[in-house]
Write a protein that binds this ligand. Structure first.
Ligand SMILES: Cc1cc2nc3c(=O)[nH]c(=O)nc-3n(C[C@H](O)[C@H](O)[C@H](O)COP(=O)(O)O)c2cc1C
Length: 241
């Protein structure tokens, strides 16, 4: 059975509406199959330092902040998972500052398509506005890591642990679990799409012409025999074979 890992950019812990909505879907999945292994952490449960802009992750494959916070733990959990969930509440029409910091710290992962072969989804909650903006942004960034996005889940909420319409949220969460389940029980696997192909071509171009400035990233593509590939589909076939 596959592993699910979710990171929610809310500064709250289990009182987070976004965490609650995510758990509604995951609890339904576990009802469908009790052997499903999942873990969800919020930004409130871990310590993530800001990116200091040193470019070391892209030049040398090492982030000096990794010695000082929980990013290595989060990275390991994502690498070990088969299905990835990224979620954030809407804060002033975008993801939270904590979520943006998490995404900044993964900068080199977008250039390496580090999570290619995995499937995933995005989750968001808001009082009123910004749901589409946050879903689109999270989707773009998760796709840039190579994850095949299979669905998204969103609802309305206000104060901590206060979803506006919990019954409707539960219904949506259960519907979403039905979409996700085939990817967890291996009935379906990650496939390519136009967005993933676009990411592949942009990043192949970037690492090819940027070899002199960002040697680690070029070396990663070379060592993983990715420079000879012509499409994301070829990369998926290589990973899945
Ligand atoms: C600082 C802050 C900014 C917010 N900005 C917006 C906003 O721009 N639009 C909106 O409709 N709701 C906004 N909200 C409401 C949250 O999106 C909503 O309460 C959400 O469910 C909180 O999720 P959480 O409990 O997972 O942190 C904001 C809340 C806070 C605390």
């Amino acid at each position: 059975m596959k592993k699910i890992f979710g990171f929610i950019g809310s500064p709250l812990k289990k009182n987070s509406n976004t965490h609650t909505l995510t758990r509604m879907m995951l609890d339904k999945l576990q009802e469908m199959d009790e052997s499903i292994d999942y873990e969800v952490l919020t930004a409130g449960q871990v310590n993530i330092n800001h990116c200091k802009g040193c470019w070391s992750c892209m030049k040398r494959g090492k982030c000096p902040q990794d010695k000082l916070d929980d990013m290595p733990l989060l990275k390991k959990k994502m690498m070990d998972a088969d299905f990835i969930i990224w979620g954030s509440p809407v804060y002033t029409m975008q993801v939270t500052g904590q979520m943006k910091t998490f995404l900044d710290r993964l900068c080199s992962w977008y250039h390496l398509l580090k999570l290619a072969g995995k499937s995933g989804m995005t989750v968001s909650t808001t009082a009123n506005s910004g749901l589409a903006e946050v879903q689109d942004y999270l989707k773009m960034m998760l796709c840039a890591t190579g994850v095949k996005i299979v669905t998204y889940l969103g609802t309305y909420g206000t104060f901590p642990k206060t979803l506006t319409d919990p019954e409707q949220a539960l219904k949506e969460a259960h519907k979403t679990a039905e979409v996700v389940y085939p990817y967890i029980n291996s009935e379906k696997k990650a496939e390519t799409d136009d967005d993933l192909e676009e990411c592949f071509h942009i990043m192949k171009n970037k690492v090819t012409y940027g070899a002199k400035w960002l040697p680690y990233e070029h070396q990663y593509w070379q060592e993983n025999d990715m420079l000879d590939l012509n499409s994301f589909e070829e990369l998926l076939r290589k990973i899945q074979s």
